[in-house]
Design a protein around this ligand. Sequence first.
Ligand SMILES: CC(C)(COP(=O)(O)OP(=O)(O)OC[C@H]1O[C@@H](n2cnc3c(N)ncnc32)[C@H](O)[C@@H]1OP(=O)(O)O)[C@@H](O)C(=O)NCCC(=O)NCCS
Length: 188
Amino acid sequence: MEFAQKPLFPPSQITTERLVLRLPHMRDAASVFHAYMSDIDVTRHLLWRPHESPETTRFFLANTTVAWAEGEGHRPWVIEERGHADPVPLGMIGTTIAGHAMEIGYVLRSDAQGRGYMTEALNAVVQTACLSAEIIRIFATCHPENIASQRLLERCEFIREGRLRKFQVYPNISGEPTDVFLYARVCE
Ligand SMILES: CC(C)(COP(=O)(O)OP(=O)(O)OC[C@H]1O[C@@H](n2cnc3c(N)ncnc32)[C@H](O)[C@@H]1OP(=O)(O)O)[C@@H](O)C(=O)NCCC(=O)NCCS
């Protein structure tokens, strides 16, 4: 691919072979709440508690709408399967950018896991980010017991840079700060 100008990142949409990554809307609240935001198992290794009501999901979506409009903060895409007349959100993948560094986070509904979807979504986000002029480093943190996330990151050529001691509280596991693995990939 050649560009007269480097493309701006993050774009509002990214398309892969099987998926579309698109902007979230307030009308996604009910479907993403039921799909995964209220799921205790899916959210176990995430930094937020499962949503207790669609109202909490609406609050989250309202914040993401502001983040996308203002071009800062956590900006997630909704992941959907391509080619559906009435697609159902499968999950989200999102970025938080600070200078040349981008943190990435992701989640999939349980019945969409294990099919290579997040490998496809993460690789697409990394490739798109690396085409931009701004992003040079892409990183993610994960709980040491989150094997699926570690396998995903390694499959997408992220390197484990270390163990950050007592770095995060995972509220669905314990109220105490715990160690996390730091993974990163650089654009070359
Ligand atoms: C982490 C997550 C996004 C992975 O997405 P996915 O689409 O299921 O992953 P893929 O199918 O692309 O597979 C990526 C790798 O993870 C492995 N994997 C997927 N689910 C797994 C599981 N439950 N246990 C162990 N490994 C798993 C796959 O086998 C593959 O590794 P491989 O190359 O060794 O075969 C998904 O499990 C998820 O949403 N988990 C809950 C939310 C979460 O933990 N987010 C990350 C926070 S850091």
